[in-house]
Design a protein around this ligand. Structure first.
Ligand SMILES: Nc1ncnc2c1ncn2[C@@H]1O[C@H](COP(=O)(O)OP(=O)(O)OP(=O)(O)O)[C@@H](O)[C@H]1O
Ligand SMILES: [Mg+2]
Length: 455
């Protein structure tokens, strides 16, 4: 990636020279000649490096440095100082300057300083990435379930991880498709590379191509810099193509070519780039049916579906429910909450249309609503049934709510019952009820009025 550098030195000969050297290193540069302009530029453009002269015509460099650090404390500043000002330059380092360069300097001295500095940046980025991955890896371990269907999933997961074949994960919304994709990646041989997720359903079609393939500078209006796409970012790792069933036909064709040729071309760039990535795709749709309906290419389907993993709905593995409840309660609350027998039975019988995600949301909500009681009873979970009935009433084919109005109605009915519940728990005391829900009293009153809730 091109680094952005601001150069501020009133001696035009020097700033021209620095600019020339930095451009040769591939940096994007901008020059200003006054301290005030430097402060202003940094505030708006956040360059990765500022090269700042100590003696400037308006404000002196030390003050400029302090100002920059005030608005942008992470910016890296390299002071440029005349021999007589070396003491001042050292002073600057106390105020957060990274290093200084003494005038006059050799070209190679400048080059090396800047090169080392950027290398350090990259190392740091790598470390941050690595830490993040470690965190994610830990997260990928927490796949809960010991039911038969889940045992089968674990077996498939291990087999998939050991090989390098394309995997297609199917399952209803909230069944853990992304979690399984991560687990495959982090247990596989390509875990040193990144795990790059792309939600094909969430990105507007016209942006998705350059998101996936990247583009060359100037390849279309708005392509002001070169962009590395997700396929290239996943080099040596895994690309997770989520909601693959939403991919448009033209992109299906392009993806098929990538799977066949194992190479990509950036938008507007001629050179094919070989890629070595593992493909994991997921969808909550019935992809086979989409093939039958002519909405999804059959050849692409076969390419992706080399190793299918079908995630069971939660209602098909009810024996995992108690364990999942305990797991999520501990995740969101410091201590375990007891659920009495009848309530637990109801939770096990419940339909869970939103699967694990719904169960986790449910747990978060009961933690909010329970107040300081430590046993939950059937009464505390009544709102589940209301929601369930609503969903069934308007979702006959299980293919999503029909309209925004329907969705809004569910949300507002749900909100109303949450408010009522909280009010009940608080014996009609609005202050207390609003505390349960972590919203202000004013908001609570406003919502009571909106839903015509009586104390
Ligand atoms: N077996 C499991 N054990 C623990 N947590 C799980 C399990 N399965 C899913 N989850 C959690 O449930 C939530 C939903 O999972 P995930 O996002 O992977 O589902 P999904 O199938 O991709 O859903 P969607 O189709 O809506 O994108 C996440 O917070 C995930 O961590
Ligand atoms: Mg998902």
């Amino acid at each position: 990636m091109n680094k952005t550098v601001l150069i501020c030195d009133d001696d035009k000969k020097i700033s021209d020279l620095i600019e020339f050297r930095l451009k040769r290193q591939g940096c994007l540069t901008h020059c200003v000649y006054k301290g005030a302009d430097a402060i202003d530029y940094v505030k708006h453009f956040h360059p990765e490096l500022v090269m700042l002269d100590i003696r400037l015509p308006d404000i002196n460099g030390v003050e400029v440095l302090k100002e920059i650090k005030k608005t942008n404390k992470d910016s890296t500043v390299l002071m440029i100082s005349a021999h007589a000002d070396v003491k001042l330059a050292v002073e600057c380092m106390k105020h957060g300057a990274y290093d200084f360069l003494e005038k006059p300097f050799e070209n190679t001295e400048l080059d090396t300083k800047v090169k080392n500095l950027f290398e350090r940046f990259e190392l740091q980025e790598e470390v941050t990435e690595l830490r993040k991955e470690l965190g994610e890896k830990y997260k990928s371990k927490a796949l809960i379930g010991s039911s038969r269907p889940m045992k089968k999933v674990f077996e498939q997961l291990e087999m998939a991880a050991r090989s390098n074949v394309n995997v297609l994960i199917e399952g209803e919304s909230g069944t853990g498709k992304e979690l399984v994709a991560r687990a495959i990646h982090f247990n596989g041989s390509q875990k040193q590379g990144g795990f790059i997720a792309v939600n094909c359903g969430a990105i507007p079609e016209n942006l998705l191509e350059s998101e996936l393939f990247g583009h060359e500078k100037g390849s279309f209006t708005g392509a002001v810099t070169r962009k590395i796409g997700k396929f290239e970012q996943a080099q040596g790792g895994t690309i997770f193509l989520d909601e693959i069933g939403d991919l448009s036909n033209p992109l299906q064709v392009k993806l098929l070519r990538v799977l066949q040729e194992r190479e990509i071309e950036r938008v507007g760039g001629g050179q094919p780039i070989p890629i070595s990535v593992r493909f994991v795709a997921a969808t909550h749709r019935d992809l086979k049916k989409q093939v039958r309906d002519g909405k999804f290419r059959e050849d692409l389907y076969f390419r992706l579906n080399v190793f299918p993993i079908r995630l069971p709905a939660l209602r098909d593995r009810r024996e995992d429910i108690p364990e999942l409840l305990r797991y999520f309660i501990l995740k969101h609350n410091k201590e375990q909450i007891k659920i009495d027998g009848q309530a637990l039975e109801r939770l096990i019988e419940y339909h869970w249309p939103g699967n694990i995600r719904e169960l986790e949301n449910f747990v978060e909500r009961i933690i909010l609503l329970k107040g300081d009681r430590d046993v939950l009873t059937e009464e505390d979970i009544n709102f589940l049934d209301d929601l369930n009935n609503e969903l069934h009433a308007i979702e006959p084919d299980g293919d999503g709510v029909k309209s925004f109005d329907d969705a809004n109605k569910i949300i507002s009915d749900n909100e109303k019952s949450i408010l009522e519940n909280a009010l009940k728990k608080a014996n009609g005391n609005v202050s207390m009820a609003s505390k349960y829900l972590n919203i202000s009293r004013d908001t609570f009153y406003r919502k009571m009025k909106k839903y015509e809730i009586d104390r």
